[in-house]
Design a binder for this molecule. Structure first.
Ligand code: AMP
Ligand code: MG
Length: 388
């Protein structure tokens, strides 16, 4: 048995080699950059107007209007003192422009522009190089490409990005009692639901699974299922069959397939019988079958590994601290990831903390971490990972 900290350290310290690929800008969301990026030019590349209005030369109250420049125009205008041009947002400002005055603070009569107030030097001009200068570092290797990062790469004219490949994931669910939703079931059977949670959580973070297999609680079938799944993945996620019951065959089947265990059992609730192993460059998580345990272990342990294998600089869900809405004492005898709801900046520990209870997890949006024996008073800060 390991502690939560030891388990996370083992996951995060795995020595891995990352693969690279090229992705077009439109398909690169969620990938990590495989190279450092520098700006190929100044951004903006030319002084331009931040407003629809008038580009002015000199500090006067009235100006002679001498033309117009719209966004995208490339004409080279040079202004003399006391002259102005009509200008639009994003348009290149003429040479000798002192300031741009927004149109709402102006009036025009017979070709003369009158200002309601004096302009200030440099006002409403977005300066060349104001965001980035040529050669400036933009992103480091490992930077996660979120939507604004894609916009920035696009604005630098980069259409193909060198990124780290993401891991291929296979899923196995085990259990004689499991029936696929929508199919008929008999007494004693239940609907298989963990794979939907795992696939959903994979998708939530931009990952996809390659193969999903359902296996009966039979040693040979489990061994064969694992052997087949290991042929086509970097990460195998197994659900159920990892406890100490007479029908739990996953651990032995993994061993017989050459998987070396890195840890088995974590001092935590839920998810004590969590298993993590490795076979060369392939990783296996065997998650306990109880639905809340399995999904909690995914968020806390599987996600950081998937992100590490994707080359992310930072892995795992961020821990935030929120004041707790009510007093709470952890009497579970183990450090606990509790189903919680964070609303209006306050955390509430929800009823229904059993490992099999997925309904409280479904209604909440966070996992609150409360240490073994920890007593919290209303308003004390509680550590939370937001899961939706
Ligand atoms: P196990 O870890 O296989 O002993 O399963 C623990 C509990 O989780 C049992 O009540 C199982 O019926 C349930 N369980 C296991 N796998 C699944 C699954 N894929 N979907 C829903 N419940 C499951
Ligand atoms: Mg089982």
């Amino acid at each position: 048995m390991v502690t939560i900290e030891e388990a996370l350290r083992i996951v995060k310290d795995q020595k891995i080699s990352l693969k690279r690929e090229s992705k077009s800008l439109g398909d690169a969301l969620g990938y990590a950059l495989a190279t450092n990026t520098v700006s190929p030019f100044d951004v903006p590349e030319f002084d331009n107007s931040a407003m629809d209005g008038y580009a002015l030369c000199g500090l006067c109250q009235e100006y002679q209007l001498v033309g117009e420049v719209a966004a995208g125009d490339s004409k080279d205008i040079s202004l003399q003192d006391g002259e102005a041009v009509r200008i639009f947002t994003g348009a290149k400002v003429p040479q000798n422009t002192t300031a741009v005055m927004m149109q709402e603070k102006t009036s025009v009569k017979n070709g003369t522009l009158y200002l309601d107030e004096m302009s200030k030097i440099g006002q409403n001009i977005r300066k060349k190089g104001g965001q980035l200068t040529e050669g400036q570092a933009v992103f480091e290797k490992g930077h996660l490409l979120n939507p604004p990062s894609l916009a920035l790469m696009g604005s630098l004219g980069l259409s193909e990005l060198e990124v780290f490949s993401r891991p291929q994931v296979n899923i196995i669910t085990t259990g004689n009692e499991l029936v696929k939703p929508g199919e008929p079931k008999t007494e004693g059977q239940i609907y298989e639901s963990n794979s939907y949670a795992i696939c959903g959580a994979l998708q939530q973070f931009g990952f996809q699974y390659h193969q999903k297999t359902q296996i009966k609680d039979d040693f040979e079938a489990t061994k064969a299922g694992i052997k087949k799944a290991l042929k086509s993945c970097n990460v195998l996620i197994v659900s159920g069959g990892i406890s100490v019951g007479d029908y739990d065959f996953v651990k032995q089947s993994l061993e017989e397939n050459g998987v070396n265990h890195l840890f088995y059992k974590v001092f935590q609730k839920p998810g004590k019988p969590l298993y993590f192993g490795r076979k060369e460059n392939q990783f296996v998580f065997a998650l306990p079958g109880n639905p809340a345990s399995s999904l909690t272990c995914f968020y806390v342990y599987v996600l950081p590994l998937l992100q590490k294998l994707s080359g992310y600089g930072n892995v795992g869900l961020t821990t935030y601290q929120f004041p707790i809405k009510h007093g709470y004492e952890n009497r579970f005898g183990r450090p606990s990831f509790l189903k919680a709801a964070v609303v209006d900046g306050k955390a509430e520990i929800l009823d229904g903390q059993g490992s099999s209870m997925i309904q409280s997890m479904a209604k909440g949006n966070a996992l609150a971490f409360v240490d073994h024996g920890e007593v919290l008073k209303e308003g004390d800060l509680v550590r939370c990972k937001l899961i939706s």
